[in-house]
Design a protein around this ligand. Structure first.
Ligand code: G3P
Ligand code: CA
Length: 745
């Protein structure tokens, strides 16, 4: 019964299970084994090793893009050859003119006739790195040089081609001669930082995830692994010197005499046993050894130990001294002298009220030290504090008196805590009182930024809050803390991936990150701030070995470049759609670039949202000024193919997440073929289960042309042992497209 119903609906041109079943109104094939004149090919294996040539000339397919030929018929772009850079060095990149005749009725004959070709080449030596045919005069381009995936003819007759390896845009004359150097893809991440500036990586207590905190070694590693700023927390010695320690307590001891937390080995120095004491620190009794009870000379006899030995081990215990602020500045200066790199310092004066009670003004001491050491560049210092009064005093009195003006950062701890200067004066408010819009505006009267506990940015459930947006509205930078790689510090939503947490914060717009692992921070920030988007096949990586521990500096997946290229109907703007998500972008979102042909300016036209992040796009073609067609497909082939679709994507309308709105116009796995035009059609239903479908073109308002890329000599689309042909489909759409003048002709 169901069988009969299917046949009946198919004959009527209807569809079951979908309102988007386009109708096959024309069909043709090009046999897989179609060759064109040229040198033997297929000699290179997957590792790039040369063997005997498998083919005596050049395979014509697969096809990765289609346009109307200027003189009639169609032009198809050859893909890069045999599937990879390594095995395609003898495949010549060409565009083939193809005359297509559709089979439109049972008994009819569809034909695909390959005509002349345009050979892509670089005789004028525009490519700036060695190509396969480097020394030959014609410098014919091969599939090991570029992976060409989409193209468009400009109004001036020149040819623009999208490449996946760079990814690059390639500009050719109509005869295939490269006209200019490959144009790299700028990185347009669009992070919503306060002033669109790059976020900074702050080495929290140095690189405290890998070295004992607040040691010169910890700071050195932080700088070497990419920190823009290093963070010394500051306390005071008996003789009035600022030293880098997180707390005045350099070893805490419980009532039984057991050390409960320590950053120095002081408890194992019998000569200092008499310094063990109990003090009230911010209202809490603390027993231990206090920095202010030791002279600097005495402290220099101690050695740093790991504060979190159970988590981070003791491998570096006993090796490093307690540094002074002046020594931290000297380290930064030394780096600058040796490398030219200007690392900044982000000091925090610890417990200002506690030290003030002992007659010590740590804010004054800090400014005095910075002045004495000549380190007062406001671009290289942020002064931070968990208290408020000292920051106001710095802004209003101390810095003006000293003739310096350094940016201040108000730290904002968790809502169950309070600035201790408030507590000391009987103010019962907690830190949440610093997070209202009015409070943020008030902070902006004395500080340049806020340093919030990271749960103000991303809540316990892993949801991004509006904190960054509100702080930015008040004109404040936002530098949250503390990002740590270890699983105990990560929400379950990150599945033990610390980079995912950092990416979420960066996408929220933070202007910097405090992290115990600045190497991780620098890697993640670098994915956003890299000047270019590069795939691992980018020639830069063949010329420069990646840094140790970094397999590749690519920020785009392998062959994730420009799969779709189209020209706006007015001929002014080239659209280029990446096939894969740039590292750091939300999963499944693909950048759609706009390249203005006159000004050569790149902009981000929008983000295409895949149905599933595992899918990929296959092609892009214009409909009108505001709409294009996109092929989206899964990686399935034959019986495993599920998603092979053509979407109409709006370049103007957006979803709530900011991605471009799209509408299904053809489900290629459910095409109505009432006449049985295609040999594979069963019961009036045609499916197109090829792994890659890379050609779509608007023929008229109701009809599109679609063709697969057969990945020659690929198999599996029509049977495990059957070579994939290129199949050409003329599809009548359920609803007409609104075409711009010129589109479809
Ligand atoms: O200063 C901000 C950040 O360092 C967090 O505070 O306790 O680690 O000094 P803390
Ligand atoms: Ca700190």
């Amino acid at each position: 019964m169901r069988h009969t119903l299917v046949r009946l609906t198919a004959l009527l041109g209807l569809s079951l299970g979908s309102t988007h079943a386009a109708t096959l109104v024309g069909y043709a094939e090009l046999p897989a084994d179609t060759f064109a004149a040229g040198p033997p090919s297929g000699a290179f294996g997957a590792q790039g090793l040369r063997g005997p040539a498998r083919f005596s000339s050049q395979p014509v397919q697969g096809f990765s893009g289609v346009r109307r030929a200027p003189g009639g018929g169609y032009v198809f772009l050859s893909d890069n050859g045999f599937g990879s850079k390594a095995n395609s060095a003898d495949y010549l990149l060409r565009l083939y003119r193809v005359n297509l005749t559709a089979k439109t009725a049972p008994g009819g004959q569809g034909r695909a006739e390959v005509g002349t070709s345009i050979q892509l080449r670089d005789p004028d030596r525009k490519v700036t790195w060695p190509i396969v045919n480097e020394a030959s005069p014609e410098r014919l381009l091969t599939g090991a040089d570029f992976d060409v995936e989409g193209f468009a003819f400009a109004p001036d007759g020149t040819l623009w081609v999208g490449d996946e390896f760079g990814p690059f845009l390639l500009h050719f004359a109509a005869d295939g001669r490269l006209l200019e150097a490959p144009i790299p893809t700028p990185n347009l991440p669009g992070l919503p930082t306060l002033r669109n500036q790059a976020p900074i990586v702050i080495g929290h207590r140095g690189s405290s995830g890998t070295r004992p905190e607040h040691t010169l070694e910890s700071y050195r590693v932080a700088i070497e692994t990419g920190a823009d700023f290093i963070e010394p927390d500051l306390v005071v010695t008996k003789d009035g010197v600022l030293i880098a320690r997180h707390e005045p307590v350099i070893a805490a001891v419980d009532a039984s005499g057991k050390v409960t937390e320590a950053t120095t080995d002081v408890a194992s120095h019998p000569e200092f046993a008499s310094r063990l004491t109990t003090k009230k620190l911010d209202g809490v009794d603390v027993r231990g050894y206090f920095a202010e009870d030791f002279t600097l000379a005495e402290l220099k006899t101690l050695r740093a130990v790991e504060r979190l030995p159970a988590l981070r081990g003791k491998a570096y215990d006993g090796q490093f001294e307690v540094p002074t602020l002046a020594e931290v500045i000297a380290l930064v200066r030394d780096v600058e002298a040796r490398t030219g790199r200007k690392v900044g310092i982000y000091p925090e004066t610890k417990h200002p009220t506690y030290f003030a009670a002992q007659g010590l003004n740590t804010s004054q001491l800090l400014i005095d030290t910075l002045k004495k050491e000549g380190f007062t560049d406001p671009g290289r210092v942020f002064v931070q504090s968990f208290e408020t009064a000292n920051l106001r005093d710095l802004k209003t009195n101390i810095m003006p008196r000293a003739g310096v003006n350094l940016p201040l950062v108000q730290l904002v701890s968790s809502p169950d805590e309070a600035p201790y200067d408030w507590v000391a004066r009987g103010d019962a408010r907690k830190y949440d009182a610093l997070t209202t819009d009015a409070a943020l505006r008030d902070i902006a009267t004395y500080a340049s930024g806020v340093g919030p506990y990271k749960r103000w940015i991303i809540d316990d459930g892993g949801k991004t809050t509006n904190f960054v947006t509100r702080a930015h509205a008040a004109g404040l930078l936002v530098h949250p803390w503390t990002f740590r790689n270890e699983p105990p510090y990560l929400l379950p939503v990150y599945a033990n991936d610390p980079e995912a947490e950092m990416r979420q914060a960066l996408r929220a717009g933070v202007d910097g990150l405090f992290t115990d692992f600045p190497a991780t921070g620098a890697r993640v920030v670098g994915q956003y701030t890299a000047a270019e988007v590069r795939s691992p096949q980018n020639p830069a990586f063949a010329l420069v070995a990646p840094a140790p521990g970094q397999p590749s500096a690519a920020n785009l997946g392998s062959s994730g470049g420009f799969e779709g290229v189209s020209l706006s109907p007015d001929g002014k703007t080239l659209y280029a759609l990446l096939e894969k998500t740039v590292v750091g972008d939300p999963a499944g979102q693909l950048r759609l670039h706009a390249f203005d042909l006159a000004s050569r300016k790149w902009t981000l036209a929008g983000r295409y949202l895949l149905d599933d992040p595992a899918n990929a796009i296959g092609d892009l073609t214009p409909v009108n000024a505001d709409e294009s067609l996109v092929i989206e497909r899964d990686n399935g082939s034959g019986p495993t193919a599920k998603v092979k679709r053509v979407y109409r994507v709006s370049l103007r309308e957006k979803n709530t997440d900011g991605t471009l709105k799209k509408t299904l116009v053809a489900d290629l796995m459910n095409v109505s073929d009432p006449q049985g035009l295609a040999p594979s059609t069963r019961n009036g239903v045609f499916t197109f289960p090829y792994v890659t479908i890379e050609n779509v073109l608007v023929l008229d308002a109701n009809t599109i042309l679609v063709a697969n890329d057969n990945n020659y000599p690929g198999m599996g689309g029509r049977g495990a042992d059957v070579k994939d042909h290129t199949e050409f489909l003329w599809l009548r759409l359920d609803a007409p497209l609104t075409l711009a003048p010129g589109v479809g002709r």
